[in-house]
Design a binder for this molecule. Sequence first.
Ligand SMILES: [Zn+2]
Length: 484
Amino acid sequence: MRLIIPISLSLLALPAVLAFNTLRLPALPDAAPAHDLATIDEAAAAARLAEAVRIPTISTGADPASDPAALAAFADLLASRYPNAHRVMTRERIGDGSLLFTWRGRDTTLKPVLLLAHIDVVPVEPGTEARWTHPAFAGVIANGYIWGRGTLDDKLNVTGLMEAAEALAAQGWQPPRSLLFAFGHDEEVGGSGAKAIAATLKQRGIRAAFLLDEGGALTTGIMPGVSRPVATIMAAEKGYASFRLTATAAGGHSSQPPPDTAVTRLARALVRLQDQPLPARLAAPVDVMLERAAPAMGLVNRVAIANRWLFEGLLIKLLAAQPVSNALVRTTTAPTMLRAGVKDNVLPAEASAVINFRLLPGDSAKAVEAHIRKAIADDGIAITLDGGFASEASAVSDPDSAAFRQLAEVTRSVFPDAVVTTGLMLGATDARHYEGLYDNRYNFMPVILNAEDLQRIHGANERIAVADYAKLIRWYRRLLESLP
Ligand SMILES: [Zn+2]
């Protein structure tokens, strides 16, 4: 009897606690005060991005992976269109066509800022040419859009940064701290250029206050229940590891099969692995992402997110139900390759499968290997790291650093109705090669994208509205001007 009283008392208190925590969620900041945003000749800037699109700096993955003539032409285009920026910055060609610009700051004892973008683009998938309203490399401006490869990934960030630098250089502005623009030439096929730039910076003993690269954006209609654009300034990137499972058997003639074969043994292991996913959890920075987006959500979500001590299990369950959000809460398991047998009447002596894992921050490749071993419960199956290497998840950058707050503030000044939050990158960018060269790393580009726009990246009809490109330039300009 005595036990029941405290329990019912705590039940009575529950609604109050839930409400208290919900109200304690940070309020959405008011729309940022209107700043005098730079006036930009939008048509002229769009024309320069269109020119950049026309130079086919395509990374094919074949050998050679990129076209040296196109990369040289691209560098020449930058030099001729951004003369003031080139006057105030030193430019180095690194690797097979990557570019490093250094703009010396007034105080060289301050840590520099490292701004990344990439020059190369993916090819148009053969057979999809007809789906393009305007050809991918024609650089057409029509109906208020700049059309073509690179208008979202990632030439807009190269020229956007150069537009901002050009305007500021023309005014005689000098940055308080040094700025480094690092433009890789082969991000889409591994980023040897970024690796080479990073090696150069390391040699020079450079450590940046922060690094900014593509990856996050402002999205609409992606985060459930949020109608405002959500700016995800990504603070971490998932890791990548592929493991090969190999089952062996005696082999022999298929007319007298034994009860178990290499194929069935492997199949059993794969099913067990599929049935036992790695545990889901709210890892940083996903928990912070939810907390910051919550004020823009409906009451039910707000209560649940504010009271994660009670609803965490439920939240994780909901997130895990959709592939896109499932990828945010766990290391994912994706069987991708399968190999066995050479002839229909021969039992294979070996059957193997490759499973691709994307590692949540906090899960190591070693831990995943241990998980596989336990899940398949078959010591006869060999587990090896495919390709011989794994890349661990990145460190999680501080979502409260001065740099983050500045990026958020600049974003609100250009996109007053945006909800600014953080996030976890599912894929990789050139930034991964710069580990150890910055205090914090963020992935973000100031462009509003809906689900359809996201399909255009690496897909057909890649394009950006002229007005949106102008906003991106304003954002970069404001970022540079407001650097402490
Ligand atoms: Zn890209």
